[in-house]
Design a protein around this ligand. Structure first.
Ligand code: ADP
Ligand code: MG
Length: 579
């Protein structure tokens, strides 16, 4: 098909939407070429979502941060809940190993930033009072804040008839079959910018620059050849317009061009420049860091899948850690947390894949991590299942908050016979085998395309050994109502029965060493730092919600099990709220 034909076929409203999307950066990188940009897939209309479901999920948003932060403070609990999962799943095992190592060494930076997205589906089954249930909580690389904000703005402008064909008949409001819809503003981008800029400000308040010539920057840790580049760029350039530099780095580049200063734990990075500079080693001979930056925040948009980490055989020897308390090396009075009772799990001189060493060095550094390992681990499917066990939420939240949160939990079942409720594992397996349409089997993976459904699920449940089973969770299948939607992917478009998944963003910035915490927790006296942050008007706690709800709507064909945009199953959309 040549471009002339494409232009004629795409004429009208859909063509205007494609032009709007291209002009406003709703872009994606094509699967074929690194410099080949395409328009992100989207739906022609906003997708109907009941107002009540949207409001419930928006009201829960600040609680996810509180829950994850509570879990992060209760490190002994977190470790104990993941031990057997880690045995059957090497990736979780490695994350847990690094986390335990950092607990032994002492947490250098107690401030943690979480950018969360809690994903939901509406549920419609006769005789079932539940109307909206959580699919999962994302605690690492929670993406699409930028693109989702753009798609909502596009839908709003077309619905208002202010762009496109200036003809009411062709506006989205006239095309949709559901009248009297409310299209809520989407503040996702503002949320995320607030979370990241607040963290950068907190870091610069607590740890003013010490090196001549160095600049503070946020590190956005990205995958090589990332397809969802425009979503990340809205953040990168949004922060730049606030005067905050952002440097995009891959996991491999972190140690290639940067290192942690062993006396201060500050992380310095000297990017390659056209004019040769001395090799970056964290310190240089002149005593100045003219070409280097100090990272204030590591914002992970990578590191959530085993594919982001190389082999140990091709890796590095782990550098030493020297926990010199900050009182002697820095301006602040951070006190290291009480070490846990177990011995340091990593031997000095052990070799790990270079990306794993980078993850460890980041975690050991003074920079604020988004997320720290504790938040990453608290976002595993295993922890989602554990907090659904009656009484567990109350460990971290008030009874009112726990009750609200539990209302959106689907049935979640352990497959670990050693765990609380383990005696029921056989019953759960039989229940799923008898009704394969009613359940989904989930490993500890992020990024879409990993779950097992129907025959594959039944086969796995029949054949996996106990250790493997313990690394999965079984989840009740949510049954969302379907609506007709027109799906647009470049010149391809199709109208199908579709369902949607919607996520609500939240940002949480807090210290794991201030306030009270449970037994075996990372404790310390961070109160002085918190006081400093308050006096500098730094935002702490639930950061960004004052901006309004930030959300993501993804639409997929009813017959598709999985739902990722990158994986090719889902289309970006926005919410059309109805009674
Ligand atoms: P990932 O971390 O890979 O995104 P998810 O738990 O979000 O894992 O599952 C991927 C997709 O599978 C979701 O986007 C959704 O479309 C579908 N899915 C997951 N859990 C359920 C469920 N309980 N009921 C219905 N669909 C589900
Ligand atoms: Mg998901």
């Amino acid at each position: 098909m040549d471009r002339g034909q494409l232009c004629l076929e795409a004429a009208g409203l859909e063509d205007a939407m494609l032009r709007w999307a291209a002009s406003n950066g709703l872009m994606y990188r094509s699967k074929t070429g690194i410099d080949d940009f395409i328009i992100a897939p989207f739906t022609k209309n906003p997708f109907p979502i009941p107002t009540s479901a949207f409001e419930i999920s928006a009201s829960l948003a600040p609680l996810w941060g509180k829950l994850v932060h509570g879990i992060a403070k209760d490190s002994a609990w977190l470790v104990s809940k993941l031990e057997s999962t880690a045995e059957g799943d090497p990736f979780t095992g490695r994350l847990l190993l690094l986390y335990k190592q950092c607990l032994c060494e002492g947490i250098v930076q107690p401030l943690c930033l979480g950018i969360f997205r809690s994903d939901y589906m509406t549920h419609e089954v006769e005789g079932d009072a539940r109307t909206c249930m959580q699919v999962e909580l994302n605690t690492i690389a929670s993406s699409f804040g930028g693109l989702a904000t753009g798609v909502a703005r596009m839908h709003q402008q077309f619905a208002a008839g202010t762009v496109g064909l200036l003809n009411a008949e062709h506006s989205i409001g006239a095309l949709t079959d559901t009248p009297a819809l409310h299209l809520p503003e989407n503040h996702a981008l503002d949320h995320l910018l607030e979370g990241l800029s607040s963290s950068h400000k907190a870091y610069s308040t607590l740890h003013p620059l010490r090196e001549k010539g160095a600049r503070l920057s946020i590190a956005m840790v990205v995958q090589k050849g990332e397809r969802n580049f425009a979503d990340q760029s809205t953040l990168e350039f949004g922060l730049a317009s606030m005067g905050i530099p952002v440097m995009r780095v891959t996991m491999a580049e972190i140690l290639q061009y940067g290192s942690r200063d062993l006396s201060t734990n500050r992380f310095y990075f000297s990017p390659p420049s056209p004019t040769p500079t001395p090799a970056a080693s964290g310190s240089d001979t002149s005593g100045s860091r003219v070409n280097s930056v100090e990272f204030s925040v590591f914002y992970f948009r990578a590191g959530y899948t085993p594919c982001d980490y190389g082999n140990d055989e091709d890796g590095f020897v782990i550098p030493p850690f020297s926990n010199i308390t900050s009182a002697t090396t820095d301006t602040t009075q951070l006190t290291p947390p009480t070490p846990p009772s177990y011995a340091s799990p990593i031997d000095a001189g052990m070799k790990l894949g270079k990306e794993w060493v980078a993850r460890l060095e980041i975690e050991r550094s003074r920079a604020i991590k988004c997320p720290p390992l504790s938040y990453h681990l608290a976002g595993t499917k295993k922890i989602q299942q554990v907090v659904a066990i009656p009484g567990v939420l109350e460990r971290f939240l008030t009874s009112d908050e726990s009750e609200q949160m539990r209302k959106v939990f689907a049935g979640l079942y352990t497959l670990d016979r050693e765990e609380e409720g383990g005696a029921e594992v056989g019953t759960s397996i039989n229940m799923a085998i008898a009704n394969p349409q009613g359940y989904v089997l989930k490993p500890q993976r992020e990024g879409g395309g990993n779950n097992l459904y129907k025959t594959e699920m039944v086969n796995a449940l029949r054949t996996m050994n106990q250790k493997e089973l313990a690394s999965y969770i079984l989840m009740e299948r949510i049954q969302p109502p379907s609506h007709e939607a027109t799906l647009i992917r470049g010149s391809l478009r199709t109208t199908e029965q579709c369902v949607c998944e919607f996520g609500v963003f939240s940002c949480y910035l807090d210290s794991v060493s201030s306030g009270t915490s449970g037994a075996g927790s990372a404790t310390g006296t961070g109160e002085k730092d918190m006081e400093l942050l308050r006096s500098a008007s730094c935002r702490i706690g639930d950061v960004g919600s004052a901006k309004g709800t930030g959300y993501l709507v993804r639409v997929k064909m009813s017959r598709s099990d999985e739902g990722g945009v990158a994986a090719g199953y889902a289309f970006l959309s926005s919410a059309a709220l109805h009674k």
